[in-house]
Design a binder for this molecule. Structure first.
Ligand SMILES: *[C@@H]1O[C@H](CO)[C@@H](O)[C@H](O)[C@H]1NC(C)=O
Ligand SMILES: *[C@@H]1O[C@H](CO)[C@@H](O)[C@H](O)[C@H]1NC(C)=O
Ligand SMILES: *[C@@H]1O[C@H](CO)[C@@H](O)[C@H](O)[C@H]1NC(C)=O
Ligand SMILES: *[C@@H]1O[C@H](CO)[C@@H](O)[C@H](O)[C@H]1NC(C)=O
Ligand SMILES: *[C@@H]1O[C@H](CO)[C@@H](O)[C@H](O)[C@H]1NC(C)=O
Ligand SMILES: *[C@@H]1O[C@H](CO)[C@@H](O)[C@H](O)[C@H]1NC(C)=O
Ligand SMILES: *[C@@H]1O[C@H](CO)[C@@H](O)[C@H](O)[C@H]1NC(C)=O
Length: 460
């Protein structure tokens, strides 16, 4: 009898351990991949910097789609620009030697991004032009080590970003406009996969194994479906066996019908900013130059977001459960222009006062106030209390802020406290009306930061 019990026990333990292994692994199906919990660092981080850099930074007009637009029959402007300014027969490839990067100092970039308050950085390791910023074995010499900078940009920036205590991520384009292997598969209606098998999958593995990115930000997926890209097999490898299996997060651009449906976080469309709470982690990938991801020499001041617009977008994004990925486009010489530097440092200054309303917060019951829609809420269980933050985008007339959504908090306890971040320990006076709570702010002239103020509400 005892032996039988023992035997059963041994069998059970074996089954369990076998199960434990198989339960811990992901199958190459969305059904399985979608069960993976989001690595916690990503939701806490809230703010990342996106860097679009490549051969397109050389012409730096019309920007990162330059090559495709130039060759497309629809765009006459670029054709005219090329005719006027370049010899006939000039090829896009000839731009690469002028991608000099002589002033590129990864430490300076990382210092600026950290100063901006970013917690992660995502670099375009390869955009749709196919030029890799690392010496890829699969790039046929079309990379930053063999032409142009003659440097391993991915390695340099990755090292500097990590030295500055930020998380490093990589953007990677699946399709390449003019790659002959891709064009052959496309001509076959994607019934062949030569490009994916011989270029994309080995290249992505090389990228992950050599540079260990914590974000893989996929793009250029839209012309073919996930079966063609072998997306679920690749993501299963990332989650199960890659060197970054614990911390890696991927976005949703893995095949024509995948965006907004699968992935650790959704980006849906560029500058996605739904303005209402989402039920899946998402990211608003947006640009400081409203018209472009890559650097444009001919941009004017009006093309750039104002500090108010930037912080408004941040507040709305974080309130609705998103992360903000803020793009800058460096020049071919490796300079991040002072206009970007100014916006980023303005953001950093704001966050140095108000960061506790952003980092590690969670969405509240209501996102913007039901009476004053210019007030956006976040809440935080992570600063030693259950705090509510109200981000005020417009200073109220007569310094009286009227809110509806948190009225009950004040009704529940006379000890409820409202403070303005950056205004010392001063407890603001408040009063209840039938439907609202009215909070008397200090005089605007006395408060520290010029844009967007944060009220910290402690239930009491
Ligand atoms: C441009 O290419 C065409 C066709 O290859 C050639 O006939 C022509 O001489 C070239 N022009 C110049 C200026 O090199
Ligand atoms: C890069 O910038 C850092 C920080 O400003 C500086 O200490 C370092 O000397 C620079 N490196 C080079 C090669 O100029
Ligand atoms: C990064 O974090 C480590 C450990 O917390 C700290 O010692 C170091 O000073 C930090 N470095 C920077 C550049 O903030
Ligand atoms: C691809 O599909 C198009 C239309 O769906 C068809 O006309 C064409 O013959 C197909 N090509 C191949 C190589 O199957
Ligand atoms: C993807 O496209 C291929 C080729 O057109 C097709 O055979 C396959 O069924 C498609 N897969 C999905 C998931 O739609
Ligand atoms: C690509 O996906 C197919 C199934 O769709 C699978 O049989 C094959 O092993 C995958 N190849 C790689 C290299 O992931
Ligand atoms: C809250 O913001 C949304 C935009 O995302 C807006 O449509 C709505 O009117 C705002 N609520 C109020 C009460 O103003």
């Amino acid at each position: 009898m005892m032996t039988l019990k023992l035997l059963l026990c041994v069998i059970l333990v074996s089954i369990c351990s076998v199960f434990k292994v198989s339960c811990g692994r992901y199958d190459p199906t969305w059904w399985s991949l979608d069960t993976r919990p989001l690595p916690i660092w990503y939701d806490r981080a809230k703010i990342g910097i996106f860097v679009h850099w490549g051969v397109f930074s050389v012409p730096s007009v019309y920007s990162e789609w330059f090559w495709a637009d130039w060759k497309s029959d629809e765009d006459v402007d670029i054709k005219e620009y090329m005719q006027k300014n370049f010899p006939p027969n000039f090829t896009y490839q000839e731009f690469a030697k002028d991608f000099t990067a002589e002033f590129f100092n990864a430490t300076q970039w990382a210092d600026l991004f950290a100063r901006a308050g970013a917690k992660y950085v995502v670099l375009t390791s390869k955009h749709h032009e196919g030029f890799t910023l690392w010496p890829s074995k699969y790039s046929f010499g079309w990379n930053a080590q063999d032409i142009g900078p003659h440097r391993d940009i991915v390695d340099e920036l990755g090292t500097a970003v990590r030295d500055a205590n930020m998380t490093f991520g990589l953007y990677h384009s699946l399709y390449e406009w003019f790659n002959p292997l891709y064009l052959a598969d496309k001509a076959n209606n994607y019934t062949t996969q030569d490009f994916v098998m011989n270029k994309i999958l080995p290249e992505m593995r090389e990228l992950v194994e050599n540079y260990k990115p914590s974000v893989l930000w996929s793009d250029g997926d839209w012309e073919a479906n996930e079966t063609y890209w072998n997306s679920t097999e690749f993501i299963a490898w990332l989650y199960n066996d890659s060197p970054v299996q614990e911390e890696i997060v991927v976005n949703d651009r893995w095949g024509s019908s995948i965006p907004c449906h699968h992935g650790d976080f959704y980006t849906c469309s560029d500058r996605y900013d739904p303005g209402i709470l989402q039920n899946h982690k998402w990211e608003n990938a947006m640009t400081i130059d409203k018209k472009s991801w890559g650097f444009r020499r001919n941009a004017v001041l009006d093309d750039y977001l104002t500090p108010t617009e930037l912080i408004t977008t941040l507040a709305r994004t974080v309130s609705c459960g998103g992360n903000l990925l803020i793009n800058v486009g460096p020049t071919k010489e490796g300079i991040i222009n002072p206009i970007f530097e100014e916006r980023l440092t303005q953001l950093g200054d704001w966050l140095s006062i108000n960061g506790e309303a952003i980092y590690e917060t969670v969405p509240w019951l209501v996102q913007n106030d039901t009476y004053n829609g210019n007030v956006w809420y976040t809440s935080s269980p992570s600063y030693g209390g259950n705090y509510l933050y109200a981000i005020i985008l417009e200073w109220p007339r007569n310094d009286i802020l009227t809110l509806q959504s948190p009225r009950q908090i004040f009704e529940m306890s006379v000890n409820s406290v409202a403070k303005l971040l950056g205004n010392g320990d001063t407890k603001l006076k408040w009063a209840l009306t039938k439907d609202h709570v009215e909070i008397r702010l200090p005089s605007k002239a006395t408060v520290q930061n010029p844009i967007a103020w944060v009220l910290k509400i402690i239930p009491g």
